[in-house]
Design a protein around this ligand. Structure first.
Ligand code: FES
Length: 346
């Protein structure tokens, strides 16, 4: 076989093509670059909204436009003490000049809400986000929103979006008394609220059960934010409705159910900590190491992910948040066996 002489162009391609192939192969395996979503925000206003509830208006230090968000999104806030807490955005997504969050003061809580209530205009906070683990999908089906107390914060922008889109929506809003329910006035101003919003308070209507909250739901989606007992009740009762989608967000850590005690070793040769049946590895590790990173404490954000050097894990939470087989989400995952020991890369 004879080979024809190469033209100058083909000679150039002959030299360059292998380099291009190697470059594109490298590009294909390159890891996605992590996006830095951290911001420093200034507290511009603190307003009482209900008994033990304040809202905070947060702005960029230069009052510039903030990253966009959609209903259901939240911010991770680093508090002055180093605690990290999540708060749903409850303002207007179209207003890019500020974020609004609301916080109920929990007198006997871990201290985060008390710290938030002590903030005054001018204070600065480091934040991450906004991120959305509770997105609203207005797909033309009816939407039932259920909010318990401060659980109204992600739901309020959802209700406004549903009303603006002309969707078929209803809201059931519950709490101890009207005085404890934030944003009642804003809800009443939403188009159609008079017939679509039901406010139920324990002091006049009694504590509702899940069937009452879901009454009349024959199709569509349910969006739910409230305390753990409300969420587990609605999850159980949901199958008895004609609705097809249940979306929920907790505003406090779910209790550990059916847990067994196990141990974690903090690095090879490191300290061994006992994790009791009713606590998470995260809560035990964070006690020993206060700087331990976490955010959602529900297994979906991936902030608490740690590499497992030894031991069998019973995984819980989102696989996407865990990312690799040799990692675990310490907020929700446990040792596979009661009494087992996991060595973690900390
Ligand atoms: S803290 Fe979010 S996954 Fe563990």
């Amino acid at each position: 076989m004879t080979t024809a002489p190469l033209t100058p162009f083909l000679r150039l391609m002959d030299r360059v093509a292998p380099l291009l192939v190697r470059r594109s192969a490298r590009a294909r395996v390159r890891e996605p670059r992590a996006v830095d979503r951290s911001l420093t925000l200034v507290v511009r206003e603190v307003r009482p909204e209900a008994e033990d509830v304040v809202s905070l208006r947060l702005e960029a230090p230069d009052s510039g436009a903030l990253p966009p968000w959609r209903p259901g999104a939240h911010l991770d806030l680093d508090l002055p003490s180093g605690r990290r807490r999540q708060y749903s955005l409850c303002g207007d997504p179209a207003d890019r000049t500020c974020y609004r969050i609301a916080v109920r003061r929990i007198a006997d809580g871990e201290g985060g809400s008390r710290e938030m209530h002590a903030l005054r205009p001018g204070a600065t906070l480091r934040t991450q986000g906004p991120r959305n683990a509770f997105p609203l999908a207005l797909t033309g089906v009816p939407c039932l929103f259920v909010a318990g107390g401060i659980g109204i914060t992600p739901v309020l922008p959802m209700v406004r979006a549903a009303a603006a889109a002309g969707a078929d929506w209803r809201l059931v809003y519950t709490g101890r008394s009207r005085a404890t329910l934030p944003f009642l006035g804003e809800l009443e101003a939403v188009d159609g609220a008079r017939t679509r919003v039901t406010v139920r308070t324990d002091d006049t209507d009694g504590v509702p059960d899940a069937e009452e909250l879901l009454a009349g739901t024959q199709a569509g989606s349910v969006y739910l934010c409230g305390p753990p007992a409300m969420i587990s009740g609605v999850r159980e009762a949901f199958a008895g409705t004609g609705a097809t989608g249940l979306h929920f967000e907790r505003f406090s850590t779910p209790p550990v159910i059916d847990g067994a005690p196990f141990e974690v070793r903090l690095g090879p040769g490191g300290a061994v900590l006992s994790v009791p049946a009713d606590r998470s590895a995260l809560s035990v590790i964070a006690e020993a190491r206060p700087g331990t990173a976490y955010s959602c404490r529900q297994g979906f954000c991936g902030t608490c992910r740690l590499r497992v050097l030894d031991g069998e894990v019973r995984h819980h939470g989102s696989e996407a948040a865990r990312r690799t087989d040799d990692a675990m989400l310490i907020c929700v995952s446990r040792a596979a066996e009661a009494g087992g020991r996991l060595t973690l890369d900390v």
